[in-house]
Design a binder for this molecule. Structure first.
Ligand code: FE2
Length: 349
């Protein structure tokens, strides 16, 4: 990427830290849109003592939004507690970029750590997480460990997470990552990214409210994709995959599968999903469907390749690199041991 040489240092002002506050997450950058971004970090303000032996951390998300970013520039920042980070502002026109898509980082923390160590060596401009960041999003004790493992990478990139079912639609997800609605979109160079919330079961208590949510999200998706027709590429991120080679889970995400005609109608380039803990690549009517759920969660067998659709499957820990340049994006699925599982390229139509 041709970067602007200007390096802007941002001194972040936020609520004064108390001496007992301890940083347990971040810094990280989220919500980067056209010329704006949010810098966040998480502090532990104390503990709630439960019984004789248990103490539960009380966490508070600190966030500062900034505007006036210049596309492609490198921004360095320092938080009030001396944490330093940097990121690259999204280019506004087709440009070279490097991104990583990965997901399902819950449960096996040693493997999650190894995945992040490998991703860190790539210095990606942005990270897209396909969901299930932690095992139980409502368990506040799990978030400091997530941030401890991802911290070295998060402080040098921009983070775009999708909501997984293991987040349990918890308020921490919205609060930490500065997300107002569980579905959102952003642009990076010539590519448009649409992140959906496919965890319908946790959206609302009543069936009526869940239906209303899904109808509204689909209406928004169609509108979002229609507006993005001039982008070079359109990528959609869903936690639940529309297609899967995990036999026992086939047909389990009918609502997402029903979106496939919409993906085709609006020329979606690729859909990235998680939820199934392996690597999968299917192609249907010119749309690529990638399952990247190999970030640390227990692996699932790929015992049901779909005839006519499945291109590649492998049950292994991995991540997917996106290497973009004007007019094309090369995808590279890489296993934890560095082995390239598959590469494929998409070109502007
Ligand atoms: Fe999941």
């Amino acid at each position: 990427m041709k970067l602007a040489t200007l390096v802007m240092t941002v001194a972040v002002c936020a609520a004064a830290l108390r001496a007992e506050d301890k940083v347990v997450g971040g810094p990280y950058v989220v919500s980067q849109g056209a010329r704006s971004a949010t810098i966040g970090w998480v502090v532990q303000t104390g503990d709630v003592k439960v019984g004789m032996t248990r103490s539960i951390p009380v966490l508070r998300a600190e966030k500062v939004s900034m505007t006036g970013l210049k596309p492609g520039e490198k921004v360095e920042y320092t938080t009030p507690n001396g944490l330093k980070g940097s990121f690259i502002a999204a280019p506004a026109a087709p440009a070279s970029f490097s991104g990583v898509v990965f997901g399902d980082t819950r449960t096996r923390h040693d493997l999650h750590r190894k995945i992040m160590e490998a991703i860190g060596k790539l210095s990606p401009d942005f990270l897209i997480h396909t969901g299930d960041l932690v095992t139980d999003g409502k368990d506040v004790e799990q978030w400091p460990r997530f941030f401890e493992i991802e911290g070295p990478v998060l402080k040098k990139t921009v983070f775009y997470p999708a909501l997984g079912n293991h987040e349990r639609n918890c308020r921490y997800f919205y609060d930490f990552f500065d997300i107002d609605t569980p579905y959102y979109s952003f642009d990076w160079g010539g590519a448009h990214f649409t992140v959906l919330n496919t965890d319908l079961g946790n959206v609302a208590l009543s069936a009526k409210a869940r239906e209303e949510f899904w109808t509204e999200q689909e209406r928004w998706l169609e509108d979002d994709l229609e507006k993005a027709q001039k982008a070079e590429f359109r990528f959609v991120i869903t936690h639940h995959p529309p297609f899967t080679a995990v036999k026992r889970r086939q047909g389990g995400n009918a609502r997402v599968t029903a979106m496939v005609p919409l993906f085709e109608k609006y020329n979606v380039t690729a859909v990235f999903s998680g939820h199934d803990h392996n690597y999968q690549h299917h192609v249907k009517n010119g749309v690529h469907y990638v399952v990247t759920g190999g970030g640390g969660a227990p692996l699932y067998a790929v015992d049901g390749p779909i005839e006519g659709l499945t291109v590649k499957v492998e049950s292994t820990e991995h991540y997917v690199r996106m290497m973009g340049e004007p007019g094309k994006v090369k995808m590279e699925a890489v296993a934890l041991d560095g082995r390239v599982l598959e590469t494929f390229e998409v070109v502007k139509k």
